[in-house]
Ligand binder design. Structure first.
Ligand SMILES: Cc1ncc(COP(=O)(O)O)c(C=O)c1O
Length: 392
């Protein structure tokens, strides 16, 4: 058994406004007032503001927010109000709602495999920046934009992802050997030519970016290809239990130095953070519906916002909140968590350390779930939560 210091609710010094969201001083206040049957998503303006400022002020280059990490309209609006104007998008629907919400946004459609309809739709909505990783995708882009000459094309290159806790490897990206021909082919008609890569999500070693930049620079030198832009993608990490990466500024410094060393600093530089921009700015409070020994049955799970907790065994920081009755124990013990659906895949092995006397009706707050939480929910079995509140 472990003993935990008494949990205090998060207290923030400054309060932030989120359009369309009820706001509470503490998570406990939110849980009591909302009296929700569904999980309650929570957003923390102080953390979102801090990370946004860090990327906009300390990364030397453009910052595109990867919408997939958290497309909640109130979060998007909050980021916009703090200066985020560029968005990395993966689908027709993301293009649709970003273009409707922010008609002046700069939109980048960086999924390397797009449907023809999505390309045509986004071009009509003003998208001019597209990623590709094959001749076939390039042909689709050419045809669906009717051979437009004002496109910014980015070749997605496959790079080493072994330092990432959540690799995206194997699926997308041309090899360095394939790159020169693919760049030459696109350079014939585009307005600007770029390279993009993704080192994998939650990259725990800044050297991954350095290696990718060095390899790309060698490829460019050897092939004689010239590009205008370099997009270092997402992958920037967050501190989770058992994962304590270097500060984001260490990553930025490593990238800036690698660009200088490779003589690529004159290029237009971009990054596409998802997780690192919004993870700490959100969480979800879930209720214990049943306790059977060390097994807790919750109202959220792997088909909801806890996909990564179950399928990827991601270790989130947790806090338990008891609304009524005697307090929660300081002593912690190990629990296995179950989601609400009928599927036996809906399980989170953990072990999760929670107060020894946790019981039906108590709430558990999963922190650092502002990325890939709300965004991952399905409606399987009718379990879903649209309830989002602001804390602080
Ligand atoms: C093309 C692209 N850009 C950016 C991101 C965001 O990555 P992360 O959340 O690791 O920052 C992703 C994530 O899948 C992606 O596929």
């Amino acid at each position: 058994m472990q003993v935990k210091e008494k949990q205090e609710n998060r207290v923030v010094s400054q309060s932030f406004h989120f359009d369309g969201l009820a706001s509470y001083a503490t998570e406990r206040d939110a849980i009591v007032a909302e009296d929700s049957n569904d999980p309650v998503h929570m957003v923390y303006g102080d953390k979102l503001a801090e990370k946004t400022a860090l990327f906009l002020e300390r990364f030397t280059g453009a910052c595109l927010y990867a919408v997939k990490a958290n497309p909640h309209p109130s979060v998007l609006k909050f980021l916009w109000e703090r200066g985020v104007r560029k968005f990395e998008m993966a689908s027709l629907r993301e293009v649709e709602f970003i273009s409707e919400m922010f008609p002046d946004a700069e939109m980048y459609f960086m999924h390397p495999v797009k449907s023809r309809k999505a390309i045509r739709f986004s071009f009509e909505r003003g998208v001019r920046s597209f990623a590709y990783d094959s001749v076939d995708e390039l042909r689709k882009i050419e045809e669906e934009t009717e051979f437009a000459t004002d496109l910014n094309l980015f070749l997605r290159i496959r790079v080493d992802q072994t330092a990432s806790a959540h690799p995206l490897s194997g699926k997308f990206g041309a090899t360095l050997n394939e790159a020169p021909l693919l760049l030459q082919r696109a350079s014939k008609y585009c307005k600007s030519l770029g390279i993009t890569f993704h080192v994998g999500s939650q990259c725990l070693d800044p050297q991954s970016y350095v290696t990718a930049i060095t390899q790309l620079s060698n490829m460019l030198r050897q092939s004689g290809c010239v590009v205008d832009r370099l997009d270092v993608g997402g992958g920037f990490p967050v501190s989770y239990p058992g994962m304590q990466p270097a500060p984001l500024t260490t990553y930025f410094d490593a990238i800036h130095k690698a660009l200088e060393d490779a003589d690529l600093s004159a290029l237009e530089i971009l990054c596409e953070p998802g997780r690192a921009l919004v993870a700490e700015g959100g969480g979800v409070a879930v209720r214990v519906e049943m306790r059977k020994g060390q097994m807790l049955y919750l109202n959220d799970g792997t088909y909801g916002s806890l996909f990564d907790a179950g399928v990827s065994a991601w270790p989130y920081p947790l806090d338990a909140i008891r609304v009524d009755g005697e307090g929660l124990d300081h002593e912690l013990s190990a629990f296995k968590l179950y989601g609400p659906t009928c599927d036996s895949l809906d399980v989170m092995e953990g072990p999760y350390m929670l107060p020894d006397n946790i019981a039906e009706g108590d709430w558990i707050v999963f922190r650092h779930l502002g990325a890939y939480g709300y965004a991952m929910q399905t409606r399987f079995n009718g379990f879903y939560s649209d309830k989002t509140v602001a804390i602080g």
